[in-house]
Design a protein around this ligand. Sequence first.
Ligand SMILES: Cc1cc2nc3c(=O)[nH]c(=O)nc-3n(C[C@H](O)[C@H](O)[C@H](O)COP(=O)(O)OP(=O)(O)OC[C@H]3O[C@@H](n4cnc5c(N)ncnc54)[C@H](O)[C@@H]3O)c2cc1C
Ligand code: SF4
Ligand code: SF4
Length: 1012
Amino acid sequence: MIPVLGESATISQTTLNFLASLKKDPEFTGTVRQDYGYRLVTATDNSIYQVIPQTVIQPRNALDIQKILSRTELPEFQSIKITARGGGTGTNGQSLNDGITLDVSKYMCKILEVNLEQGYVDVEPGVVLDELNKFLKPKGVFFAPEISPSNRATLGGMCNTDACGMGSRVYGKTSNHILSLDLVLSDGTAFTSQSLTQETLKTLKSTDGIIGRVFLTVDQTVTEKKEAIQDRFPKLTRFLTGYNLNMVYDSEGKFNLNFIIAGSEGTLAIVTKLRLKLTPLPKVKQLVVAKYRNFRDGLKCAQFLVDFNPIAIETVDGKIMSLARGDIIWDKVSRYFSDPGDETVQCVNLIEFSGMTTADVERQVNPLLLALKERQGKDGEANSFVLATLAEDMANLWGLRKKGVGLLGNVKGARRPIGFIEDAVVPPTSLANYIGELTALLDSYGLEYGMFGHVDAGCMHVRPALDMKDENDEKLIRKITTQVKDLVIKYGGIIWGEHGKGFRGEFMPESFGQELYDELCKIKGAFDPRNKFNPGKLCTPFGSKDTVTKIDAPTKRGHLDKQIPKHIREDFELAITCNGNGQCFNFDPDDVMCPSFRYSKDRIHSPKGRAGMMREWLRQLANAGYDPSIPDTKTTLQDPDETYDFSHEVYSAMQGCLSCKACTSQCPIKVDIPELKSRFLEKYHTRYRRPVSDRLVATAENLHGRLSLAPGVYNLGLSMPFAKDIIEKTTGMIDPPLLSNPSTLSRLKLKSPDVLDLKRLKKLSSEELADCVVLIQDPMTALYEAEIVEAFVELCTKLRIQVFVAPYMENGKAKHVKGYLKEFKKVASRQNQVLKDLHALGVSLVSIEPAIALTYREEYLQYLGKDHGGYKVWMPQEWLSKKIDRLDISKTLKPTTPQHFVLFGHCGEKTASPSYQKQWQDIFKNFGHTLDVEAVGCCGMAGAFGHEKKHFEESKGIYGLHWKDKIQKRRNNRQNILVTGASCRSQLARLEGYTTSHPLMALNQSLEVIDT
Ligand SMILES: Cc1cc2nc3c(=O)[nH]c(=O)nc-3n(C[C@H](O)[C@H](O)[C@H](O)COP(=O)(O)OP(=O)(O)OC[C@H]3O[C@@H](n4cnc5c(N)ncnc54)[C@H](O)[C@@H]3O)c2cc1C
Ligand code: SF4
Ligand code: SF4
């Protein structure tokens, strides 16, 4: 039985007093998160560090932030430290600190105003970059700076790291696109910063208090140290982030503080609103994919490619290419890598051109294509190249590049790619030589690494693989960082060329020179004399005793992870290997990842949050002497009471998970939260009693299977007055489904004489067997929607495919979801035997419900190991699309009038089988119909999840986010909506009040047998 896990990392009394005082303020509207779980989720980014904040405050507006900061001026609260946080995607601990974290991403995420005439958009700092650009796209404009984590990084974070990425050579950095910033200063004063005339500057300098002090200090520095600044700041497109003294005065003599704030990493002020410049969206883009035999060739070509003036040139190395081949992205890009010799490609350059017309873009692209052709295959030149012109293809190719970090994280073994020197920049002309020396350096330590990045900007991302649980590897962080810093300085570059400095501030004096560094400290002192903003980063107020935090000082994740014994780490690898890159914080409601986070906007309820909670749970269990790999002999069931137990926090995080499995395929590391959840629940309930609903869900497959022998009685009972109320009150379950109509079931038996007659199968020859199919019944269609089974049988019969319906057997999915793992394994072993026997006959196996078909492929394989029968249970479209080409339906079947359908797919089907869309479309085309596939995320039902009353609001909310609008706009053509998931159909039935068809039903109805 698991032990009770007490409180850890307690909150200081001063912070508690501060929070109490804040909560009493009637004008404060933000949320305070003191729970350990939320602090834990905020303790990591994509770096090696784990720094637990005292608490997390989520403000709703600038006034809340003013309330917080003005309160920190009171004598009793002057030790309070505040660090802002957006998407938390830093790679060097940029948003990590041990004071209070100000999380602006939860509520301050509204797009406020767009003014196309004047070319600006106003946003709150928590708006995510992709979200903004999705909103702007129909208006023909965009926010130009682009970064890899664009689906989760916020504009506030981008401003504070002065972010940029692909396209920066042409578009510049975030600071080049800021028109004004609303700020809250360290004493709570609100101020709007924008480009100023000398006259206004003069007035501001003479203002009392913080504003006068700031303007005086900055102006004095940039005026008096002009020469030193020009001498010292390298002439690179990406030189530095933060306190950019070189840009304060523009060529017309206007003064702009925004260049000091941009890239200051929250050390000077809190940004509460941004007015951003809009750029016309190019109407046409084309992408050249150039492939090289070795990495150095790809880099050496940088200047040759830059001369064609593309928007972007991005590079991916052979290591990432080989990892991409095992990822779902490969399905979408593989045809661009099918030239002879492409398997051995060691470098790919993606070169993008854009313009307002095709002719305009072709004028730019054609000379490059000609030049590449002339040089093709020569020593040091591209081996082959190919042009992508379709928007979808280009997006997928960029998707491959954006996945670089994630893919690298997917390498196996204890040493994992670590970001700590990954954003160094040198002049592009020196890139090949710099990388040559860098690789020699990394090779001298015997390290593996992968590379990708912006060859046109001289910025190559490199992640050496280290085991941060190993002391010797940990020591390499300082050694390598120092050596790389020296190397980039030698080449006229800088170590923090893109992602900001984070905990690398100690290298600032050397990079800037002591004279200028002192000036930066004076600026920090003017803005933040008490060093309350993100202390330890960048610099300290001039003259203060505080110091900048050294790279090896903060707690590292590896230190905590190594407290978990090795065998447990290996057993729970899925939780340990989450590298925190935050891809699961994807904002896009059309994407399947991760519905519970998207609905709640609570980072605990994300794959990263849950993996982090699991990791900490394992650590605490280990420290309490409990080994979760040993089966429990003792259980004492009790109801959770008021006593604090960290396991309750983990339980609550897991409760929000729909077990939709999007993370298992979409997370680049393949972090499998449903599996972790099941394993956690199994252990949690060795101590704490299960709710009735768990038992009911876990036994429903079996129980309803028996009841389906007399469905009328059950259905009658369910339709009695108060029956549903009683069920809800006693079990916590709502909207229980009716069993299939008895007449459908008996018709099914009559219509297909072969149904349930497995003995006949064994009499068939191997050729006959190869041509027939066995339907493995799933609980959803077999028990509640037998008309779909009937449609499948009829369709196969019309297609002259012999079909057998295997007797209904429990699959065990529900048991797995609820963490009845021993029972699941028993059920799986039983069903495995049946499938094994059928597979041995050489017959195809199909299961209609995607969630169930995938259980045979994933959980069965995992739990049965070498006992698994090696069969594959196909989803209908996978099997039909293989068959359909070989069937000539025209002689025997008459298609009805061509129709147009719209398919709403099931999450599992989409993620496990990326070709599902094309497969369904090909099948429908073959039958003379057209099929559109709607991009939707999760429907919110996910098996029994939405039937549990406690999840109803979440279930409905997720439906509202992803499905509602797209369904409702088709309400007049509802008969053409096709839905593959049983859960999705039942969600539609209860929330929209009508039933929808499975594509198999539409196909069946659309064919008539020709009378002969
Ligand atoms: C896989 C991966 C790829 C990356 N690729 C790129 C890339 O291509 N280009 C690039 O530039 N960066 C890149 N980064 C780094 C990172 O994504 C950027 O720095 C990004 O701008 C951070 O945005 P965020 O919302 O996550 O900010 P956070 O990480 O939350 O915060 C960043 C800094 O800004 C401060 N801050 C946040 N909001 C505010 C506010 N409202 N007021 C004051 N201070 C604030 C924080 O205190 C912190 O110091 C990458 C990171 C990862 C993990
Ligand atoms: S769960 Fe996966 S996608 Fe999310 S942060 Fe961890 S590794 Fe990245
Ligand atoms: S299974 Fe679905 S809901 Fe649960 S963490 Fe993964 S993506 Fe999120």
